[in-house]
Design a protein around this ligand. Structure first.
Ligand code: SF4
Ligand code: SF4
Length: 95
């Protein structure tokens, strides 16, 4: 897949350019995707289905969302065939 200005790949739904990308989504995102690397089979469905293409490979073991851009929509968790992604309340990460 071709590169865009933010990430190393371009997904099927958009080119992940300007209007879809913003920072500090943690300020308003209510849940974040958390990947269980032990369950991940590295299929890449989460990266393909994420509407803004913010799911990136972490080495060669699993995928994770870039939380600077993730909107918390949960599509990746819905599409994961191994149920390896849990949508966890942002409150769990506040100290
Ligand atoms: S869809 Fe699920 S199993 Fe596939 S790469 Fe993403 S987290 Fe791993
Ligand atoms: S929750 Fe939505 S925006 Fe965030 S990584 Fe998953 S599909 Fe992409």
């Amino acid at each position: 897949m071709p590169k865009n200005q933010y990430f190393n790949h371009e997904g099927p739904w958009s080119d992940a350019t300007g209007p879809l990308m913003c920072t500090d989504t943690g300020d308003w995102r209510t849940k974040r995707p958390v990947v269980d690397a032990e369950r991940c089979i590295f299929c890449g469905f989460c990266a393909i289905y994420c509407p803004i293409q913010v799911v990136q490979m972490k080495g060669e073991s699993h995928f994770e969302a870039d939380l600077g851009f993730c909107k918390g929509c949960g599509i990746c968790a819905q599409e994961c065939p191994k149920n390896a992604i849990s949508m966890v309340s942002e409150e769990e990460f506040q100290s």
